[in-house]
Design a protein around this ligand. Structure first.
Ligand code: CMP
Length: 143
């Protein structure tokens, strides 16, 4: 079964949106198999955003993601990488459709509430960066 990584960003933790965001995934039927509230180090932030090292907003990105706790999660389900990305909505607030997480809660690209893996490769990389094998729980939902 496919797995993806998602992270509620510090600004969204401050806005008390953790429950709202997780509820959306649960209601969709996506299974939560890993979950933690954590403070990212600068080193982890730089590793996580390694592909953006050369971008002009890289320092801002690292500063923002380490500004307070995040909620990291591993989500499981069929086609979950694309589904979670679709549910998160477009990165640019003007492109994020109402009904998506960003469409409903974001006005500023730099404060875009949630991160989600954009491919199989990045899902594997990001899950391994944030979670130890034993922190991902294999269980069945009743339904
Ligand atoms: P995220 O999905 O975490 O992955 C890369 C992040 O870069 C993205 O969300 C945005 O928060 C951020 N980002 C992308 N473009 C810009 C930009 N022009 N200015 C500031 N941040 C940006």
């Amino acid at each position: 079964m496919e797995q993806t990584f998602a992270m509620v960003k510090p600004g969204a933790v401050q806005r008390e949106l953790i429950g709202e965001i997780i509820t959306r995934f649960e209601k969709k039927g996506i299974k939560l198999v890993g979950l933690k509230l954590m403070q990212m180090s600068e080193e982890l932030a730089k590793q996580h955003y390694a592909e953006h090292t050369e971008k002009p907003f890289f320092d801002e990105l690292v500063k923002g993601i380490t500004a307070g706790p995040v909620v990291a999660m591993v989500l499981e389900g069929e086609n979950v990488i694309n589904i979670v990305r679709t549910m998160a909505g477009a990165t640019r607030p003007s492109d994020a459709l109402p009904g998506t997480i960003r469409g409903d809660y974001v006005l500023d690209t730099g404060k875009n509430v949630i991160h989600t893996s954009d491919s199989k490769e990045s899902a594997i990389r990001e899950i391994n960066l944030f979670f130890k094998k034993e922190e991902i729980i294999n269980y069945s939902l009743a339904t």
